[in-house]
Write a protein that binds this ligand. Structure first.
Ligand code: URP
Ligand code: ZN
Ligand code: ZN
Ligand code: ZN
Length: 483
């Protein structure tokens, strides 16, 4: 059974051209004019693009005394409905827990996925066991390791632990990820705010100002540089953090920044809404910022100093959020966005001229496929690539609403937003997964994507670090070893 997509315009990270796409066995078999197949999908007026890859989701995540409400089943439905064909979730060991045990838990959770997925591994504690197990995690195709510099007392790791872990990740040929906020300062500010009677959701924003993120980003970049590991900074939300990333990149460091669609399009005024539920539903870390920070993020995407747009999809219901009434530090941190990332980015990015369609593909799919070393299996429209495609109708419109959304929660942080640009079809390894407003790929269709270690960027960084490593000066008559 083959499928041919006809009458569309292929848009990749670097090319725009009219051609048909023939799909066989889940892969792109041919690209050209006049192709024939068993099933025909009409892409008249549409762009044929690599499906979105969301590199940052937390599906069924145990967090702050509860579990995020979208699991791999509803979360991947939301992804496909919005043109995203792959998610990368975080396997999260409890402090003290084996990484391999955590991986088993995530393997079980992901069994019902409707689209492909991969994992990052979180390093939430440090010790001999973690050091050893990291090698097996890499052997299993999980080559990116996340470190939380915030959430003191639960997920946070200290600088010495982070340095040891970063060195290990570098040696294993992986990439280090950080949630960059100064967790010590956040904890102190939070306690003071609560003591002063700032107990509402706005206290969350006050407790995590941009400086807190900027400092941690600079610190993580320095530690990664000392450890010789490429660094990916998740949910970059402000100019302070972006500036640190920009400066590092200009100094030749291998650092990437990831703004979220929420930070690009929603601002801090959300936290001052008089409706407690409205404000609490938008509590996430880092919090939404002001317009100047938003402009910085948009400019970074256009300039190439920021590389990928993600969601950090971590959805909690209103009832879950309400556990924080009277104490903002107990509001589960996280917002949804999987179904809305591509339509919102197209509407506010491409339709406004802030991004070209090719840049849109780069920041939603191709860049992360390269960073995570799964290109061109993913993130490409090339013969031999997985047929993870979105047939994008730039004229289709809707108003975003929680009513009818795939996500399991009872609201949507983008409620009422008018978007123009939506998927007509989404294909997951050649299977039509989203058509006419319905999910068609079956549960369990999603496959785990293993990613090899040591991509070219790691090899280049290792070569440079080896060349510039400290070396003892040879002095006549003075032995250099044996102290
Ligand atoms: O508030 C957020 N971002 N929740 C999810 C966990 C994380 O920090 O990424
Ligand atoms: Zn985070
Ligand atoms: Zn996250
Ligand atoms: Zn299902």
């Amino acid at each position: 059974m083959s499928t041919v997509i006809k009458n569309g315009t292929i848009v990749t990270a670097d090319l725009t051209y009219a051609a048909d796409v023939l799909i066989e066995g889940g892969k792109i078999a041919a690209i050209g004019k006049g192709l024939v197949g068993d099933e025909v999908l009409d892409a008249t007026g549409c762009y044929i693009m690599p499906g979105g890859i969301d590199p940052h989701t937390h599906l069924e995540m145990p967090f702050m005394g509860t579990y995020s409400s979208d699991d791999f089943e509803s979360g991947t439905r939301a992804a496909l409905a919005g043109g995203t064909t792959m998610v990368v979730d975080f396997a999260l060991p409890n402090p003290g827990q084996s990484l391999l045990d955590a991986l088993k838990v995530w393997d079980n959770k992901s069994g019902r996925a409707h689209c492909d997925y991969s994992f990052h591994m979180a390093v939430t504690w440090w010790g001999e066991q973690v050091f050893e197990e990291m090698a097996e995690v890499v052997d299993r195709g999980i080559t990116s390791f996340k470190h939380f510099m915030a959430y003191k007392g639960s997920l946070m790791v200290n600088d010495d632990e982070m340095f040891s872990s970063f060195r290990r990740v570098g040696d294993l040929g992986g990439v280090a990820l950080v949630h960059a906020e100064n967790g010590d300062v956040v904890a102190e500010l939070s306690a003071r705010l609560l003591a002063e009677g700032n107990t509402g959701p706005e206290g969350h924003a006050y407790s995590r100002p941009p400086q807190v993120e900027g400092e941690a980003t600079n610190r993580a970049i320095m530690i990664a540089d000392m450890a010789g590991v490429p660094l990916y900074v998740v949910h970059t939300s402000c100019e302070e953090s972006h500036e640190a990333i920009r400066r590092a990149r200009q100094a030749g460091k291998r650092v990437w920044g990831e703004p979220l669609i929420q930070h690009l399009t929603l601002d801090e005024s959300e936290y001052f809404n008089p409706d407690w539920d409205h404000a609490a539903r938008r509590v996430m870390s880092p919090p939404f910022r002001n317009k100047a920070h938003q402009d910085s993020l948009w400019n970074g995407l256009a300039a190439g100093s920021l590389s990928c747009v993600a969601t950090d999809h971590c959805a909690f219901t209103s009832a879950q959020k309400r556990t924080g009434i009277g104490d903002f530090t107990k509001i589960p941190n996280g917002t949804g966005g999987l179904e809305d990332r591509l339509p919102m980015l197209w509407t506010h990015g491409v339709n406004t001229g802030r991004l070209t369609p090719n840049e849109f593909v780069a920041v939603t799919s191709t860049n992360i496929a390269k960073i995570l070393n799964m290109y061109p299996k993913k993130g490409a429209v090339l013969v031999g690539s997985d047929a993870d495609l979105v047939i994008w109708d730039p004229e289709a419109e809707k108003v975003i609403s929680a009513k009818g959304q795939q996500s399991a929660i009872d609201y949507n942080v983008f409620e009422g937003q008018h978007v123009k640009g939506l998927p007509r079809y989404t294909l997951s390894r050649g299977v039509v997964a989203w058509r006419d407003g319905k999910i068609e790929s079956p549960e369990g269709h999603g496959e785990f994507v293993a990613r090899p270690a040591r991509p070219a960027v790691n090899r280049a960084l290792s070569a440079w670090k080896e060349l510039t490593a400290p070396r003892p000066v040879q002095r006549a008559g003075i032995p250099v070893s044996g102290v």
